[in-house]
Write a protein that binds this ligand. Structure first.
Ligand code: ATP
Ligand code: MG
Length: 193
């Protein structure tokens, strides 16, 4: 599961956990983006990595990868999946996305290549519709390789969490306590202690 995780929240975690059951995944690897190609204000990759660590460490099936953070230049999902696929070519790899991200995929760098290395799980997300036909119309390689997954609806986004923190509002119950405490300790996103 890729993302900026700026910061990681319960929307990410529930999508990963539900995908694990529904697709009988052996493990879910969270891959924080190093240098997202089109994103604005982001916390340092090391902070995002450590927050993802705090959020995932207790789940025996969750892992965390520094692959995109340690690779210089922009983070392209196609390269990341090529790498995982090469490490375990006999495994069936899935890329877990939310509804917004999957609809955007036709515009991603080397989007067709993604489907040579993995299939895609498109998790439902409040406020975004998944139209798989639209993705496959733009990306023929995606045909039959994008799977819809209904997850418990959590209208949580990292951007809304950052906005709340900047206003001095509470973010409790939107993300794990340890992540909230890490944000306050390090005064990320304009948050106070
Ligand atoms: P931002 O608001 O900064 O874009 P975000 O909440 O969308 O942050 P990302 O790191 O951009 O989080 O998302 C990583 C992946 O998780 C994407 O595929 C996204 O669609 C998915 N995702 C994020 N939040 C949810 C949610 N609440 N429900 C389902 N999927 C989600
Ligand atoms: Mg997003």
């Amino acid at each position: 599961m890729g993302g900026t995780f700026n910061p990681i929240h319960y929307g990410h975690l529930v999508a990963a956990e539900v995908a694990r059951d529904a697709f009988e995944l052996e493990r879910v690897i969270f891959v924080p983006a190093g240098q997202p190609p089109h994103k604005g204000v982001i916390a340092d990759a090391q902070h995002r990595y450590l927050m993802a660590f705090l959020a995932t460490a207790a789940n025996p099936w969750f892992e965390l990868s520094r692959m995109e953070m340690d690779r210089p230049g922009p983070s392209f999902t196609s390269e990341t999946l090529a790498h995982f696929h090469a490490q375990e070519p006999e495994a069936l790899w899935y890329f877990i996305t939310g509804a917004d991200a999957v609809m955007d995929m036709p515009r991603w760098h080397a989007a067709e290549d993604i489907f040579q290395h993995a299939e895609v799980i498109a998790a439902s997300r409040p406020g975004y519709a998944v139209r798989i036909e639209q993705v496959t119309a733009a990306l023929p390689a995606a045909a039959g390789r994008v799977h819809h997954l209904e997850v418990p609806a959590l209208a949580i986004s990292s951007s809304a969490i950052r906005e709340r923190l900047a206003r001095g509002w509470s973010v409790r119950y939107l993300l794990p306590d340890a992540v909230m405490q890490y944000i306050r300790k390090n005064r990320l996103y304009g948050a106070g202690p």
